[in-house]
Design a binder for this molecule. Structure first.
Ligand SMILES: [Zn+2]
Length: 496
């Protein structure tokens, strides 16, 4: 097998697919024509190619870059093979989501748009009705498709010789999922009592209700933090981002290959994203600002991804530029997202003199997210164990694990849509730990205001050049000698 030729067409495929994703979800084109792209590159995912890559990955010398590259290519090929099997379903889900609308109090709201409407709705009863209508649409119009896709993914993993989809992801992504589960479960245990203490006052302040009355439908409104709008004016959004980057020596206005797509467009997805079509040469940051703090958090998050990808060394092999451990890019994204709750940054860039309420809300939200993802990991480990657990049972486990983690009644309808493929939840969890350790490292080297030091910018750019060559664990080990540790999150949240 000609590995270099394979790498070349793999890169062309990733670029085409990412460009299509950008076009559809940025609202530039209605269709989401991924099937044609898969067909053009069908060779990449043929059974004999995947088998050949399995052999090549197994025969490379452990710990070498060549082994890393082959493992990443195999992970790519397997994901592509499963993606090819589910591409028609995936395209149909995207089409239905774009077309579906919910009827509420005689008014029609787009399915995708409904999440934003819900986060802006002050009336809890109406929030619950929006949530209910969306869940009913998921159950009726999307779950049959999700179920089919899941069956295909699980069968695909077994066909490739893995005991389960879960084993497959652990091996191909080089993540010890069991160990991670033990670490995050310990985090959940350690925060079991403080969760209510941290969350309750913030719920009362922002939603005027306590944890005992909280419903799942209230969460988008809680995250929206409307009471903080005054501190986060829309006019400061792009400026504060450009100024922050300038402080680190990055001139985003004149950055080649970076497109900041922040204009309103009717069919643009409300969910922001970064689309690295070519790394480092063509990276899109897509955002639909709705006002308030979340816009800042989301812009800085996606901005972290964008700057990471835009600074990758162009001579690195394709695997290290566009594949690899996504906990790395997520950690850079969280590093910048975290700035919009940093008191020093808030004072410098937004003139906030009393950052206490912002910090308290951010702390509660972070704890909630960490516990939610701990629950998600526990659930997805069961979902993807492939031990024949029935559908009814899985739904029940989803409600129990998510509801237990957040101490909220958790509806079951989203038990398949609330799942990111390839254990992406594990990338987020490891990224939160890595970001906390990376941030501590930057503070130690460059001071509390590391984000305004040109030298910190240089240090970040040096890290970014390496793309995603290393795993999160390896990167941290090389940088500080430490191990990825969830205890640091307890300390960072002041709960140790
Ligand atoms: Zn991200």
């Amino acid at each position: 097998m000609d590995l270099d030729a394979y790498r070349g067409s793999a890169e062309a495929f990733v670029s085409a697919l990412t460009a299509e994703y950008y076009g559809h979800f940025a609202g530039l084109k209605d269709d989401y024509e991924i099937e044609a792209i898969y067909e053009r590159h069908a060779d990449l995912f043929a059974a004999d190619r995947v088998r050949a890559l399995q052999e090549l990955a197994g025969s490379a010398t452990p710990g070498t870059d060549e082994q890393r590259r082959r493992r990443m290519l195999l992970d790519f090929a397997v994901e592509g093979r499963l993606g090819q099997a589910t591409k028609t379903i995936e395209a149909e889900i995207a089409r239905r989501e774009a077309e579906l609308s919910l009827v509420l109090d005689g008014e029609r709201i787009g399915f995708r748009e409904s999440a934003v409407v819900q986060s802006n709705e002050p009336d809890p009863e109406r929030r619950a009705r929006i949530d209910r209508a969306r869940l009913e649409a998921i159950e009726r119009d999307l779950n049959p498709l999700y179920r089919d896709a899941l069956k295909l993914q699980h069968a695909g993993a077994r066909e490739l010789g893995f005991a389960s989809y879960r084993d497959m992801c652990a091996e191909l992504k080089a993540i010890d999922l069991e160990r991670l589960h033990a670490q995050t479960a310990a985090f959940a245990d350690a925060t079991e009592a403080s969760y209510a203490t941290v969350l309750d006052p913030e719920l009362r302040r922002t939603l005027d209700l306590g944890l005992g009355d909280l419903r799942r439908s209230d969460l988008p409104r809680f995250f929206r933090a409307a009471d903080q709008d005054v501190h986060f004016p829309a006019a400061a959004l792009m400026h504060s981002f450009a100024d922050t980057m300038a402080g680190l020596g990055i001139d985003i206005e004149h950055q080649r290959g970076v497109v900041l797509d922040v204009e309103a467009r009717r069919k643009k997805s409300p969910r922001a994203f970064c689309a690295p079509v070519r790394v480092p040469g063509e990276v899109y940051l897509v955002l639909s600002p709705v006002g308030g703090r979340d816009d800042f958090a989301v812009l800085f998050h996606e901005g972290g991804h964008t700057e990471h990808f835009a600074h990758v060394d162009p001579v690195l092999p394709f695997e290290f530029r566009q594949l690899g451990d996504n906990a790395i890019t997520e950690a850079y994204a969280f590093l910048f997202q975290h700035l919009v709750e940093d008191p020093g940054w808030l004072a410098r860039h937004l003139g906030v003199t009393d950052p206490d309420a912002i910090a308290a809300h951010a702390r509660a939200q972070r704890l909630l997210y960490l516990r939610r993802y701990t629950g998600k990991l526990a659930y997805e480990l069961e979902l993807h164990a492939g031990d024949g657990t029935g559908e009814r049972e899985l739904r029940g486990r989803y409600c129990a694990l998510l509801g237990g983690a957040l101490k909220v009644d958790w509806p079951g309808e989203s038990y398949l849509s609330d799942v990111d493929p390839g254990f992406y939840c594990a990338a987020y969890l490891r990224a939160w730990a890595l970001e906390t350790q990376l941030r501590a490292h930057l503070r130690e080297r460059f001071g509390e205001r590391w984000w305004s030091e040109l030298e910190a910018g240089q240090a970040l750019r040096a890290l970014w050049r390496d793309g995603q060559r290393l795993t999160a664990e390896e990167l941290l080990g090389e940088l500080t000698g430490a191990e990825l540790d969830f205890g640091v999150l307890l300390e960072d949240l002041d709960l140790a």
